[in-house]
Design a protein around this ligand. Structure first.
Ligand code: UDP
Length: 254
């Protein structure tokens, strides 16, 4: 894949990747890491009245009075939906009233989506506390409401470019249990804004810990909000792009 892309990428003045790990050592152009960002004023992230959160969540049969673990992701193996269900099951043995919401949307550019969705349905079985929701791609208020309603957010990816859902959740003061991969590693500061995990068992372990510790949830949520505020809002991205342009134009002038 890279051999194919390289022919085109190398014709540009620079390459921007989400994290330094994705830099290439076989490119002669400057490479800069600029992570994507979230817009705090967009419908996905803007503050919502509690009544809206309540209305959206109850419309889908989810109980706001019981703990909710949420993952927002396409049905893609890289997002490990079956691993999310496994982690939820292990945690539910200890926290019986736990509910899982997996919120996905059909992606026209993802031919495997339907297959992975069916695998996830099968893994969920007849558990009434697992809500697999397939919403239209522009359901921003719904995603926003579920992120606000969640007790803990999970992003158990096994491969990830950046993982915008992580910043979206942290900004809403939710601790995130994230797969130890790609851009999740610069958003989830292990033990500070959430936990990094490699297995469903580890995810379940931290999920139980967080479900039982309101104070830890609140402290991590606050740390997450601050981390995103400092690093992953559009204002930061704009600043980094301006720096990149300065660097590139300076280079060409020289
Ligand atoms: N998203 C959404 N509805 C869904 C699933 C995902 O709106 O059902 C949004 C999610 O809120 C995020 C984006 O799609 O803004 C996914 O970006 P991310 O970087 O997490 O993963 P990608 O899908 O690009 O691998």
């Amino acid at each position: 894949m890279w051999d194919f892309l390289k022919r085109y990428v190398s014709q540009y003045n620079g390459m921007i990747m989400s994290i330094p790990e994705f830099a290439r050592d076989d490119l002669d152009i400057p490479q800069m890491a600029i992570p994507p960002s979230i817009d705090p004023l967009s419908p996905k992230n803007v503050p919502l009245p509690e009544t809206t959160v309540h209305r959206v969540v109850t419309r889908f049969g989810v109980d706001l009075d019981r703990p909710i673990v949420l993952q927002v992701s396409r049905f893609d193996r890289a997002k490990d939906p079956v691993g999310v269900i496994e982690a939820y099951r292990l945690a539910k043995r200890h926290v019986p009233d736990l509910q899982l919401v997996y919120l996905g949307s059909p992606a026209a550019d993802d031919p495997e989506g339907e297959i992975v969705y069916q695998e996830t349905v099968k893994a969920a079985g007849d558990d009434k506390d697992i809500h697999l929701l397939m919403l239209p791609p522009n359901s921003h208020t719904e995603v926003n409401a579920f992120q606000r309603a969640a007790t803990v957010v999970m992003q158990k990816s096994i491969r990830e470019g950046f993982g915008l859902t992580v910043s979206e959740a942290l900004w809403k003061r939710k601790p995130v249990i994230g797969g130890n991969t790609g851009g999740i590693r610069i958003q989830v500061i292990n033990g500070v804004t959430g936990f990094l995990v490699d297995t469903p068992k580890a995810a379940a372990h931290y999920l139980i810990y967080l479900l039982r510790n309101k104070k830890a949830r609140e402290e991590m949520g606050e740390a997450g909000r601050e981390h995103v505020g400092r690093n992953f809002l559009i204002t930061q991205e704009l600043r980094r792009y301006l720096m990149a342009i300065l660097f590139l134009t300076g280079r060409h002038a020289g």
